[in-house]
Design a protein. Structure first.
Length: 442
């Protein structure tokens, strides 16, 4: 270790211990309308931005413009003879705050189809990357390569009235959303299918066309892709991918740059990458317990061992939610409706068993505020059931879906003239002075 690194390691160790003590002993000291603990621990619960598209309630779960996921599965338009909502519908709802008609959804789908042509240079850039490159890295690179097409950047360079910013952001966002399925499928086929690509089918809806280009043309997989693309679109504005997109967009970076920033956040293990970690953990559980479907007691013992090893149970817990994630429940319903009647799937059954035994164990530790499953606890096993076994690609699908929410929010940001986001900050020394001043008044 070099001398600078050694000095930093010692300094960091002392400061980290001091900060831990401050949070434990003085965490409830107020710094205005918020506390020392909130400032140090990720600003949890602090309202610091406006997001029009969705709201996450700790007890009720996510609501999109006031509608719950079960309500949207019932009310949003569906594909002919389909049972799951079309993602075009939830984008329309988030953008306008109104439930769309079938005609509205059909028109939006046609609009995206007309915009879906990806410039050749984007594929050329991807082809220069090693095939072993992580799919999310490829996804971000492709988004940045498309920035050459930004109508906002071109218009801003020429000079436009700020009241009209939203119009150009709208065009960029619509183009991005239209082209992302083609990009995602290209990455998937390039990395896992020897570069044998499948052309888009303009007769299919947005999500079904994604399934088709990936190489999954069954009716059930198309239904799953519609559900997956609908329930992953948004989770209010404070999550990493949404906030990063909003933050970078507030600097008037165009939607390509802003969305790329959001996707680098989504790629993190504590955000979108969690879905692949869940499946890896379940497969390892199955392997260590001898394969097949284990008993509930075996699963309980494995969960306890995971905790004893200082690890988390992936797919359980949420920064805001304090109940079972409605997105998990929607995927559970999909399994019971589409898969189980045709024969049990061991991995899906293990998910059901974990759901039964994990919450009491996690709650019993006394350290976990939310012992319930989140969206990631189920999504990977459903994709695996239909043959998509490439775990590190799942976050790309998450990203394609999340585009609908963060980009509709970005359009609203510019329409409402939200300014550059620039919160203040404070040093640990400053925190200590605030604490001392607070105690001197007591």
């Amino acid at each position: 270790m070099d001398s600078l690194k050694e000095k930093f390691a010692e300094k960091a160790k002392l400061t980290a211990a001091e900060v831990k003590t401050i949070i434990k002993e003085k965490g409830d000291v107020k710094l205005g309308e918020y506390t020392v603990a909130q400032v140090y621990q990720g600003m949890k619960g602090m309202i610091g931005m406006v997001t029009e598209t969705s709201k996450l309630d700790p007890e009720e779960g996510i609501r999109f413009r006031g509608y719950s996921i079960p309500e949207l599965r019932e009310k949003l338009p569906k594909a002919p003879k389909g049972t799951e909502p079309l993602p075009e519908g939830i984008f329309y709802l988030m953008l306008l705050g109104e439930l769309p008609t079938e005609e509205d959804v059909h028109s939006l789908g046609n609009n995206w189809a007309r915009r879906a042509i990806v410039p050749k240079h984007v594929f050329d850039v991807l082809d220069e990357l090693p095939a072993s490159t992580h799919p999310m890295t490829q996804f971000v690179v492709a988004i940045l390569a498309m920035q050459t097409e930004s109508v906002f950047a071109a218009a801003y360079k020429k000079g436009i009235n700020k009241k009209n910013y939203w119009e150009y952001v709208y065009e960029d966002s619509m183009n991005l959303i239209a082209r992302l399925p083609r990009i995602a499928a290209y990455i998937y086929r390039r990395k896992y299918k020897n570069g044998v690509h499948i052309e888009p089918d303009p007769k299919l809806d947005w999500a079904a066309n994604l399934a088709h280009m990936l190489g999954y043309d069954t009716k059930d997989m198309k239904a799953l892709m519609r559900l997956y693309m609908t329930i992953h679109v948004d989770h209010e504005g404070g999550n990493v991918s949404a906030h990063a997109t909003h933050l970078v967009g507030s600097a008037l970076s165009d939607p390509y740059l802003a969305f790329a920033a959001g996707m680098t956040g989504l790629a993190g293990p504590l955000h979108g990458l969690a879905n692949q970690e869940v499946l890896s953990w379940i497969i390892e559980l199955e392997r260590e317990l001898g394969g097949g479907k284990p008993s509930e007691q075996q699963i309980a013992d494995y969960i306890k061992k995971t905790l004893e090893d200082g690890k988390v149970v992936p797919g359980y817990g949420h920064a805001v939610l304090r109940k079972t994630d409605p997105r998990f429940a929607a995927q559970q319903d999909f399994y019971l409706k589409y898969i189980k009647p045709k024969g049990e799937d061991d991995l899906c059954e293990i998910v059901q068993m974990i759901y039964k035994v994990a919450p009491p164990i996690l709650e019993g530790t006394g350290k976990i505020k939310n012992p319930w499953p989140n969206v990631d606890a189920h999504s990977g096993v459903l994709l695996t059931h239909y043959g998509m076994v490439e775990h590190d690609f799942y976050t790309v699908l998450f990203g394609v879906s999340r585009a609908l929410g963060v980009l509709s929010s970005l359009i609203w940001d510019r329409a409402l003239g939200h300014p550059l986001e620039r919160p203040g900050s404070i040093t640990t020394e400053g925190i200590k002075k605030k604490i001392a001043a607070s105690e001197s008044k007591a």
